[in-house]
Design a protein around this ligand. Structure first.
Ligand SMILES: NC(=O)c1ccc[n+]([C@@H]2O[C@H](COP(=O)([O-])OP(=O)(O)OC[C@H]3O[C@@H](n4cnc5c(N)ncnc54)[C@H](O)[C@@H]3O)[C@@H](O)[C@H]2O)c1
Ligand SMILES: CC(C)[C@@H](O)CC[C@@H](C)[C@H]1CC[C@H]2[C@@H]3[C@H](O)C=C4C[C@@H](O)CC[C@]4(C)[C@H]3CC[C@]12C
Length: 369
């Protein structure tokens, strides 16, 4: 895209723009992308808060659509300069069937790639995931790893499998000729466990704690570290990557970047207590109250119950064999590749991220604060 000091002229499309991360990306773009003329938000489910965004200087176009429908994606992409593709079925709790997860996450991504090629859209940013790497089904730890750390990325669960395949398709598409003869420039961002305002799993933990009289019971050893990153910093990295991809295409094209900030390395449960503790919850136990083998049996019983109850209702507890295995496997990143390649620095400090998240938890219905 030609540099210009004149009026804003860029058209961005964000797929999944009404999701937990998508909303933060949309709001961050409107606040911090001065070259934006039009922001298109493409989502299966449009949110009511979109209306409040239409009063600003940037044209906000809400598009209700399905990424599995190629013609709907093509219509949304036509005329866009940059596509940020975050739309995905994010499910490790058995809510969606594996076929649907593949259709949305893989076929949907293929539709986005093809739409960029046909429309002549040159820049595509894909929201991938740490799960593309691991933890693998063998439970190998990934300790303070980076984008170049050797690791056997072996998956059996539909979600990580779909994200890994989609990421590969995006990176392999880098360099393809788009309509008009210019090269497609792609890159993928791999957030670790995102937290912050709007995080549904944090909400689920909070409600579980309220149901248990203000207590949560430790199931994961405190020594098992899980990387986490604040949603505002993930959104900021997306904005920055989209801005720097055109001028730095030779360096950034076809690259992957972990999303990171200064959030501390802790177990998943201890990290959640950074926000749930100040909101009145207590984590019982300095070590897991139940042995792993018993937790595994309970997780397996949950999976069996989910299967048996499916004709009647969707039973999707937090504890299942997959979530137990992932939570019990250290996965932390330590990298500065995003800083080296496009000058990324976290926008929000840990203290600020924590304060914002606590403030949000306090607004959750049923909050005791
Ligand atoms: N939440 C995390 O911890 C985390 C971590 C790493 C990566 N990610 C990735 O970030 C992205 C956003 O995740 P999230 O946590 O915000 O999830 P989310 O479920 O809140 O958002 C996903 C959005 O995609 C939309 N969507 C789903 N299927 C669609 C379809 N067929 N067509 C159009 N839109 C569709 C949903 O309506 C939703 O608004 C995903 O790609 C996910 O893999 C999330
Ligand atoms: C019930 C206990 C065992 C409890 O500790 C389970 C926690 C479990 C629900 C989470 C532990 C790790 C989470 C995953 C991780 O943060 C990364 C992810 C990648 C992202 O792309 C989607 C979400 C997720 C799979 C995330 C889901 C919840 C956990 C498994």
């Amino acid at each position: 895209m030609a540099e210009s000091a004149q009026a804003p002229k860029l058209v961005y499309l964000v797929t999944g723009g009404c999701g937990f991360l998508g909303e933060h990306i949309v709001r961050m773009l409107l606040e911090r992308e001065p070259k934006l003329r039009e922001l298109r938000i493409f989502d299966l489910h449009l949110s009511p808060w979109l209306e409040e965004l239409k009063t600003g200087p940037v044209q906000v176009t809400a598009i209700q659509g399905d990424v599995t429908q190629a013609h709907e994606v093509a219509a949304a992409v036509a005329g866009a300069h940059v596509v940020i593709h975050t739309a995905s079925l994010v499910d490790v709790f058995g809510r969606a069937n594996p076929k649907t997860i593949h259709e949305v996450n893989v076929q949907g991504t293929m539709n986005v790639i093809e739409a960029c090629v046909q429309a002549g859209t040159q820049f595509l940013v894909y929201t991938s995931s740490m799960e593309v790497v691991g933890p693998n089904f063998k439970g190998h730890p990934f300790y303070r790893g980076n984008e170049d750390t050797p690791y056997e990325a072996a998956h059996t669960h539909p979600y990580p499998c779909s994200k890994a395949l989609a990421e590969r398709l995006v990176l392999e598409a880098n360099g393809r000729k788009v309509r008009g003869g210019m090269p497609l420039v792609t890159c993928a961002l791999r957030p670790t466990g995102i937290y912050g305002e709007g995080h549904q799993i944090m909400r689920d933990f909070y409600h579980q704690g309220l149901r248990l009289g203000g207590r949560l019971f430790r199931t994961i050893p405190a020594s098992v570290e899980h990387g986490r990153v604040y949603v505002g910093n993930v959104a900021w990295m997306h904005v920055l990557v989209a801005r720097e991809l055109p001028p730095r295409a030779p360096l950034m094209g076809g690259q992957v970047y972990f999303c990171y900030d200064k959030s501390p390395y802790k177990s998943y449960e201890d990290f959640n207590m950074e926000f749930l503790g100040p909101c009145g919850l207590r984590l019982v136990g300095t070590r897991p109250l139940l042995p792993y083998w018993l937790l595994f049996i309970l997780a397996t019983l949950n999976a069996l119950l989910q299967y048996l109850l499916r004709p009647l209702l969707l039973y999707t507890p937090l504890l299942n064999p997959y979530t137990l295995a992932v939570a019990n496997t250290t996965f932390t990143v330590s990298t500065n590749k995003a800083q080296r390649h496009f000058g990324y620095e976290p926008l929000f400090s840990w203290e600020d991220s924590r304060r914002r998240t606590i403030r949000w938890v306090q607004t959750i219905k049923g909050s005791v604060q």
